[in-house]
Design a protein around this ligand. Sequence first.
Ligand SMILES: NC(=O)c1ccc[n+]([C@@H]2O[C@H](COP(=O)([O-])OP(=O)(O)OC[C@H]3O[C@@H](n4cnc5c(N)ncnc54)[C@H](OP(=O)(O)O)[C@@H]3O)[C@@H](O)[C@H]2O)c1
Length: 306
Amino acid sequence: MPSACVLTKYGPPSVLEWAEVAMPEPSKGEIRIKAMVSGVGPTDLKIRRGSLAAVYPLPDRAVLGFETAGVVDAVGDGVTGVAVGDEVAAQLMTLGGYGEFVVATTWAVKPKRVSWEDAGALPASVEAAVRVLRALKVSSGETLLLLGAGGSVGMIAAQLALRQGVHVIAAVGEHDEELVRELGATPVRYGSELLANVRKVADHVDATFDASGKGGVEEAITLTGDRSRVITLADERARDLGVAFSSYTPDGAPDAIAIGMELLANGELQLRSQRSLPMSEAASAHRLLEEEGAREKLLLTTAAAG
Ligand SMILES: NC(=O)c1ccc[n+]([C@@H]2O[C@H](COP(=O)([O-])OP(=O)(O)OC[C@H]3O[C@@H](n4cnc5c(N)ncnc54)[C@H](OP(=O)(O)O)[C@@H]3O)[C@@H](O)[C@H]2O)c1
């Protein structure tokens, strides 16, 4: 039997337990992947704590994780364009990434030049970045305020927007100023001085992408002057503030992983710095993020990754 990191109840990182699970079977339109590297995202931590129980009511012994990269191991009915043995990266609508075998509906082939780590770190972040940039309809010559530009989603969104000829004002902490400047964005410090900091570098802002959820949406509304061009991925006050909260849907940006893969293969996309742990130590990965303030993207590797 394969193993997975199982969530037995909501609570601290220690509720994650490495245990044997039934082999997941691909249904129509799905593939099964022998996982090499799976990403850990902030949403996983919120689910584990029970903060998203209304949105993600968990079955007994749930397996967290929205993204993985590995080798196709079985193919469900109706699947075309991919075969057993292909290397892929996938986004998982129904979780399951912290397992040795994972079932997926949305994937892209991994070029050999892309590392397993980058492939495992990419899917959920690039999908969110592409989805929100499209919804904001940012175009060449416009100015985008990007809250959380030093994070996993934010770094990708910054680079995609810059490639489109958009001027990106990147709200970051001091530690990420140089990083986003090197990407081609204009750094400003997030926090209580955000409004003044943005006004020092720009006369106006056309749209705001909140890829942080840690504040700044009120200032963004003032700066943008149009709530319909402010979108958050994570601020639970979105409805009260009158801005859109963007969530994953299968038809949101199904081509995003392939877009990100091609850019990675060409050396045209930089991801957040990474730190890998064995998948059986998912609880430690959660602890590093939640209690020790780790600022890298945490990745879980299986024995299959060697
Ligand atoms: N709705 C969706 O579909 C969806 C999809 C993906 C992610 N998300 C959510 O989106 C958020 C970002 O995800 P992620 O994977 O990119 O997380 P991440 O890698 O942890 O990045 C979060 C970034 O926000 C920055 N930040 C902290 N406080 C801030 C503030 N006051 N103003 C602006 N930025 C601030 C952090 O900087 P420091 O390092 O300085 O703290 C960090 O760079 C998470 O809440 C996640 O759950 C939602």
